[in-house]
Design a protein around this ligand. Sequence first.
Ligand code: KIV
Length: 307
Amino acid sequence: MSVTNLPRGSTSASAGVPPTKVTMPALAEMKRQGKPIVALTAYDYPTSRLADEAGIDLILVGDSLAMVVLGQENTLAVTVDEMIHHTRAVRRAVHRALLVADMPFGSYHGSVSEGVANAIRFVKEAGAEAVKIEGPRVELVRALSEAEIPVVGHLGLTPQSLHRMGGYHVQARSMEAALQLKADAHALALAGAGALVLEGVPREAAAAITADLPIPTIGIGAGPDCDGQILVFHDLVNLTFAPAAKFVRRYADAGALIRTAIEHYREDVEHRAFPSDEESYHLPEAARQALEASLAATENASALRKA
Ligand code: KIV
């Protein structure tokens, strides 16, 4: 047992974060005002609560979950049920940020109606406020918008296309590919997408798209000219067991912090330094004395029997 969900205000929530709920239209307004959108992935209650209280605008339950939380090799195997399980935990923690859930590989790659049905599950069963889908799936984005489900598009390096791309490579590296990316971005916006993640593309391509796209771009490995930025939580705090990619900035070393804490705990238990008397519960005085008397009587009786 551990008490983790004390009400807000009982922890040191960051000061100065306006409580105003972030919505998809609010993201568009931020773009209009030139205010950077701050996005982060999260997959569980404590980290998403910390992210929300720290004033993150958009929290994405990314399918990167497969790799950074479930230890899988890529994102392809994570299921809709697993994503919904984690999105529900994040939902309980997030009050201010826009909550976006990633549709996993296979959940929208068949028919449009299957994609819409799976997206509805994220809204109904998990409380997602938008879904994110990879690739220029214009027809699906239009159908989702018609079904009142806000959509975040995702273009450039789309990890669910791993096998087609032949690895995680920076995309849109030629003039033709950059123009195609721009055309895809506009098609998604026209179909109703409310925001667009641009991943693993040259800064110049992301800047050109951001300049005249009517919806906000949120970059990851796409340079500083996007309307916002997103990072994977585990990259930000170094919990990945791998060298950081070029675009990652590590703001803390939680891996080292946690490792040291666990090692100290192990040492304390091995040396009987944990728990201390102060960390133990005690009988009331009367009950303690009665217990001692009862144990002494039992010991006396057994000594007499042996004599
Ligand atoms: O799954 C994920 O974490 C993502 C972000 C990298 C945008 O899609």
